[in-house]
Design a protein around this ligand. Structure first.
Ligand SMILES: Cc1cc2nc3c(=O)[nH]c(=O)nc-3n(C[C@H](O)[C@H](O)[C@H](O)COP(=O)(O)OP(=O)(O)OC[C@H]3O[C@@H](n4cnc5c(N)ncnc54)[C@H](O)[C@@H]3O)c2cc1C
Length: 376
C-alpha cells in the first residue's frame, strides 16, 4: 500500500494511529495545530484500562516502555462524605488493572516512537474540502494546503474534519469542572494531602463534587465538578483567581475544611473547563476517503474512558488499514462498524456513571454499586 495517511491532530488517538501504521510499514503524516510538543502542558493523570487503552499500547508495540511510566500506588481510591467521613478506602494492592500514568509522558512516549518529521507542528487546519473519488484537500491557517487519499480527523472535540461526515456539534452538558493544583502538597498543604491519600479521592453530593488525584511527586490535582449554566460560570471574574476560588467554594458551604482547601488553597489560578458532549448514538454514512477517531467521533462527558477509547480507535483503525492493503473503503467500513456501537455503549455507561457520581442518590448509590461490583 502506498497511500500516505493524513492524520489531523497529535493527541493520543492520532499518535497511536500513526504509530500502529508505522509498525505495519505504512507512512503517515500528522498535522498538529500546536507549535511544538511543549506548547501546552498536558496535565492530568490517566488510568489506562485493560480492555481498550492497554491493548492499544500493545498494538503500538510499546508495552514495556509504558510500564516504565506507571506511577505506583496511584490506584488507591477514597470516597468521602462532604463532612470528610471516609466511606470507602481502597488501597492500591497492584491488582486494580488500571495503571496510572501522566498524560504528557504517555504522549511523549508515542511522539518518540515515530520517525522524525511525522508530526508537522504549527499546522492548524482551517478547512477541508472533498475533491471527489475519496480525495480531500486540507487547508491550513498559514495559507498552505495538502491533498490526501485518506484523511483521518483525530482533532478532538471541535474537529474541523467532522463536518465532512456529520453536522453534529458538541453541546454543553450542564456541568463544568474547575481545575486547581496543590504543589509540594506534603510539605505545603499536609492536612489536605493526607486526606487525599496516595491515589484518588472523590467527595460527592448531588450536582457537585470534588475529584482529587495525587500526581507525580506530591502534586495534588483537583477537578471541582459543579452543575451550573454557562452564564453562571461566565459571571466569574477569571482575572481574579482568589475571587473565583471563593465563589466556587461557596457552593460547597458546610463541607469539611480540608476538602474546601482543595479549592481555596490552589497554587495555580483556577481553570474553568466547561464540559461538552456529542449525541450518544452519533453515526454517519460511509464517506469515501475520510473518517474520525477519538473525541472527534464520540466526545462524551468525562468518564475515565475518553483517552482510552481514542487510543483504541487509533489502534483499531491502524490495524484495519494494514489488513486491507489498497482497499481504503473496506478498512474504513470495518473500523466504523465496530467503532459506532463501541463508543455508544461507552457513552451510555458514562452517562450512568455520571448519574452515580452526581445524581440525587450520591454518594450512597455509588458506594452500593461499588460494593456490589456493578459499576458501569
Ligand atoms: C477535564 C477532563 C478530564 C479528563 N480525564 C480523563 C481521564 O481521566 N481518562 C480518560 O480516559 N479521558 C479523560 N478525559 C477525556 C480525554 O481527555 C479525551 O477523550 C481524549 O484526550 C481524546 O483524545 P483525542 O486524541 O481524540 O483528542 P485530543 O486529546 O483532544 O487531541 C486532539 C489534538 O488535535 C489538535 N487539534 C485540534 N484542532 C486542530 C486543528 N484545527 N488543526 C490541527 N490540529 C488540531 C489538538 O491541538 C490536539 O493535540 C478528560 C477530559 C477532560 C475535559
Amino acid at each position: 500500500m502506498t497511500t500516505t495517511v493524513t492524520i489531523i491532530g497529535a493527541g493520543l488517538g492520532g499518535l497511536v494511529l500513526a504509530r500502529v501504521l508505522h509498525v505495519n510499514g505504512i507512512p503517515a503524516t500528522v498535522y498538529e495545530a500546536e507549535s511544538s510538543p511543549t506548547a501546552r502542558t498536558q496535565g492530568g493523570m490517566l488510568d489506562i484500562h485493560e480492555d481498550n487503552g492497554q491493548p492499544a499500547i500493545e498494538a503500538a508495540g510499546l508495552t514495556d516502555e509504558f510500564r516504565d511510566l506507571v506511577l505506583e500506588g496511584r490506584q488507591a481510591m477514597r470516597i468521602l462524605d462532604r463532612d470528610g467521613t471516609v466511606l470507602v478506602d481502597e488501597p492500591d494492592d497492584g491488582t486494580g488493572g488500571r495503571p496510572e500514568v501522566q498524560r504528557g509522558e504517555l504522549r511523549q512516549l508515542l511522539l518518540d516512537s515515530l520517525p522524525a518529521g511525522t508530526v508537522r507542528w504549527g499546522h492548524k487546519v482551517s478547512g477541508v474540502r472533498a475533491l471527489g473519488g475519496g480525495r480531500h484537500e486540507v487547508s491550513f491557517a498559514d495559507g498552505t494546503t495538502a491533498v490526501t487519499d485518506l484523511l483521518v480527523g483525530a482533532d478532538g472535540a471541535w474537529s474541523r474534519v467532522r463536518p465532512l461526515l456529520s453536522d453534529a456539534t458538541p453541546e454543553y452538558i450542564g456541568s463544568s469542572y474547575v481545575e486547581t493544583y496543590l504543589l509540594d502538597s506534603d510539605t505545603r498543604h499536609p492536612a489536605t494531602a493526607k486526606v487525599v491519600g496516595g491515589g484518588s479521592l472523590m467527595a460527592l453530593a448531588p450536582g457537585r463534587g470534588i475529584l482529587a488525584h495525587r500526581e507525580k511527586g506530591d502534586t495534588v490535582h483537583t477537578y471541582v465538578a459543579l452543575d451550573a449554566s454557562r452564564e453562571w460560570f461566565a459571571a466569574l471574574d477569571l482575572t481574579d483567581p482568589g475571587a473565583v476560588a471563593t465563589r466556587v467554594a461557596q457552593e460547597f458551604d458546610g463541607w469539611a475544611p480540608d476538602l474546601i482547601a482543595l479549592i481555596t488553597d490552589s497554587d495555580t489560578a483556577p481553570i474553568h473547563r466547561p464540559l461538552f458532549a456529542l449525541p450518544v448514538e452519533l453515526r454517519w454514512d460511509r464517506v469515501p476517503g475520510v473518517t474520525l477517531v477519538g473525541d472527534a467521533a464520540h466526545l462524551a462527558p468525562p468518564n475515565g474512558e475518553g483517552a482510552n477509547l481514542a487510543m483504541y480507535d487509533g489502534a483499531e483503525l491502524g490495524r484495519a488499514i494494514a489488513a486491507h492493503p489498497g482497499d481504503v473503503e473496506a478498512a474504513l467500513g470495518e473500523y466504523e462498524q465496530a467503532m459506532f456501537p463501541r463508543s455508544a455503549e461507552a457513552a451510555s455507561d458514562g452517562g450512568r456513571l455520571h448519574d452515580l457520581l452526581f445524581g440525587e442518590d450520591t454518594p450512597h448509590g455509588l458506594i452500593a454499586a461499588f460494593a456490589e461490583d456493578r459499576m458501569p
